[in-house]
Design a protein around this ligand. Structure first.
Ligand SMILES: C[S@@+](CC[C@H](N)C(=O)[O-])C[C@H]1O[C@@H](n2cnc3c(N)ncnc32)[C@H](O)[C@@H]1O
Length: 296
């Protein structure tokens, strides 16, 4: 299905409070925590692009994406990577951008948009892609093994899979320089957000497992690299959007209070925190080329 929905969905407000039912056991919230229905998701895509598109695009170049390539961008979120791929592959190539919620993607910009759950739906156009890429998606998908198999099945023989995921357990701090109360509060709140992610089935150690996961999925020529920014306005703005996105969930889970969140947002605004992120591990591998059977 080709989507034509607005790239700017309205802010639908806070989630229902799963702990608010009087007298009953609360049902655990399920699904992707930082869902695309909220306006903050769109802000996050802008700052993720600012922070990581350079890294990602360098990998595309090295893996040989060029005019005429066929690419599948999985869990695309915002438009920057589909647009970059479309500009590279040109009119003789093909870019498919998919997401469980493709509201922020814009059909008709040189790439095709489909709603697709990489952990539940079959691979689109199996065996045909030169490049399949997912950034910061599988870490959130509880059935990530199945998702990986779906992406591998979409590759043509010789095609490359590039998976990029955070490893928040490798570097869990929001402030590496733990120099005062505002920095320590930022680190406490980062822990609280990680706790929410884990409750939704995120694997906070997934990044480090990627090379092995790609080999076990049958890929060859597997390698990986890691990178993360250490401070700057894009990190600040990503953090502010993330905290505003999950504010209701943090409060409902009793992991913080309004005063702590407001103080943290004010400290971010003051530019005094030097916020950082977890390392982004980028791992790539190639589907083995098919060889003609040897006669006799
Ligand atoms: C953290 S965002 C990353 C977006 C983008 N890849 C980037 O790096 O900026 C995760 C994206 O994965 C999507 N997503 C989550 N679970 C998914 C699933 N099972 N299948 C497809 N997309 C999924 C979300 O809707 C969201 O757009």
């Amino acid at each position: 299905m080709v989507m034509t929905s607005s790239p700017h969905p309205p802010d639908v407000g806070g989630r229902p409070d799963p702990t608010a039912e009087p007298g009953g056991e609360s049902a655990p919230a399920r699904g992707y925590l930082l869902d695309n229905a909220r306006a903050e998701a769109g802000e996050r895509f802008v700052w993720l692009a600012e922070l990581f598109d350079g890294v990602t695009r360098a990998h595309f170049d090295r893996l040989g994406v060029r005019a005429g390539s066929r690419c599948w961008e999985v869990g695309a979120g915002g438009r920057s990577i589909p647009e970059a791929l479309a500009a590279t592959v040109g009119p003789t190539g093909h870019v498919l951008a998919t997401d469980i919620d493709p509201s922020w993607l814009e059909a008709g910009e040189g790439y095709e948009v489909r709603r697709h759950d990489v952990a539940a739906d079959p691979p689109p156009e199996p065996g045909t892609f030169d490049l399949v890429h997912a950034r910061l998606v599988l870490v959130h998908v509880p059935d990530r093994e199945r998702a990986l198999a779906t992406m591998v099945a979409a590759l043509r023989p010789g095609g490359w899979l590039l998976v990029e995921d955070a490893d928040t357990a490798l570097q869990p701090l929001a402030c590496l320089d733990d120099s005062g109360p505002a920095q320590r509060r930022a680190n406490r709140l980062r822990d609280a957000v990680r706790e929410l992610l884990a409750r939704r089935g995120a694997d906070l150690r997934y990044g480090r497992t990627l090379p092995r996961a790609l080999r076990e999925a049958g890929l060859v020529d597997v390698a990986a690299a890691g990178s993360f920014p250490v401070g700057g306005p894009a990190c600040d703005r990503l953090e502010a959007a993330t905290i505003r996105h999950v504010r209701g969930e943090l409060l409902a889970a009793g992991l913080t209070d309004d005063a702590e969140i407001d103080a943290h947002l004010a400290a971010i605004h003051a530019g005094e925190l030097d916020l950082t992120l977890a390392p982004l591990i980028s791992a790539w591998g190639r589907r083995p080329a098919e060889h003609a059977p040897t006669p006799g």
